[in-house]
Design a protein around this ligand. Sequence first.
Ligand SMILES: Cc1ncc(COP(=O)(O)O)c(C=O)c1O
Length: 422
Amino acid sequence: MNSEEIFEESKKYMPGGVNSPVRAYTALNINPPIIKRGEGSHLFDEDGKEYIDFVGAWGPMILGHNNKKVMEAVKAALEYGVGFGAPTEMELKLAKYICTTVDNVDMLRMVNSGTEATMSAVKLARGYTGRDKIIKFAGGYHGHFDGFLVEAGSGVMTENIPGSPGVPKGSIENTLIAQYNDIESVKELFKRYKAEIAAVIVEPVAGNMGVVPAKKEFLLGLRDICTENGTILIFDEVMSGFRVAYKGAQSLYGIKPDLTTFAKIMGGGFPCGAYGGRREIMEKLSPMGPVYQAGTMSGNPIVMAAGYASLKELHENISCYEYMDKLGQKLQNGIKEIAKEKGISLVVNRCVNMMTVFFTSCSEVTSYSDAKKSDTNMFSKFAEHMIKDGVYVPPSQFEAMFLGTKHTEEDIDKFLEVMKKL
Ligand SMILES: Cc1ncc(COP(=O)(O)O)c(C=O)c1O
């Protein structure tokens, strides 16, 4: 079957033909290519067409596809069997590696996705503080957990779904919404609910309303207000962790959260997540403490092996972050130059190796309301054009484009060459 036929057939057996909504390209007038394999920074579809990949499986593939070291680690682990539901040395290796190479994580609990990591971190914060309410930010996406599906970003924003049917009122009555990069909106909520707020959860570099880096004063303000009120500050680094810097966005800003959530890169391309932080909070987790959270597949040795190999590779080659930043700068400059030549209004937001091109006449995009002003029709035209010409970019205005260690100057030149033909 060719790509077209596979997608048509898939729609008969899986809603929308996909297992995660944004993959269906609902914001575009083209079908998604059906991917057969990946190598380095390139993807190949079922029709043999080649693409330069700027999606990286939505973040995890920072080391490129089919990475030799990761594949070898996975193959070696497979020799012993695929999973035992019992403690293994491999999960210790990864947990210890993260706790000793990353700041602010004394202990860690492995789970199987970013959603699991964030919802479990919130449960732990509630259990630790004995409070119910949480603050999240409009346009922030922390996975598909009911309590987070209020003014959520990412696919929820792309599909224009205000919340989601199926989420009972009771599940969101303790979710308070503040505005990203606007500390006053947070202060207002604390004035009103003060001693009821268990946690503030925030993407320190937002990636799910498109890329919108936090202002340092905003994150410092969150740190102060959480400390003053005995509220747990959760940095959701599912996307930014091991990406914008090995030690995550918190290291770029120099701010210490109480809990951090990880996923994506830490699983080396396999389903994985984790949450960790201060020892006294983590010790409230079952079996040490009363907060119950469990998982049959959690800490699976194959996943742990892939994660360990990936993180080691990144940590031992730390200059790769400078390399990705350099490529990011080249891409950002190139896009702006083309826009100027062609008279296209746009803003390019970038944090090291994650980037969004907002088609907007705003002079900057620093908030959810700025992001929403973007011309999504123009974005769709851009994305369709790029993908058709072999440059695989995210199919939504409200997602991040990623660079990895295997991207080259030639990949960036090709991106710009294709964009010039827009
Ligand atoms: C910041 C953030 N948190 C949580 C999630 C949910 O992760 P997952 O899709 O692995 O459940 C995502 C997914 O993109 C994310 O970007």
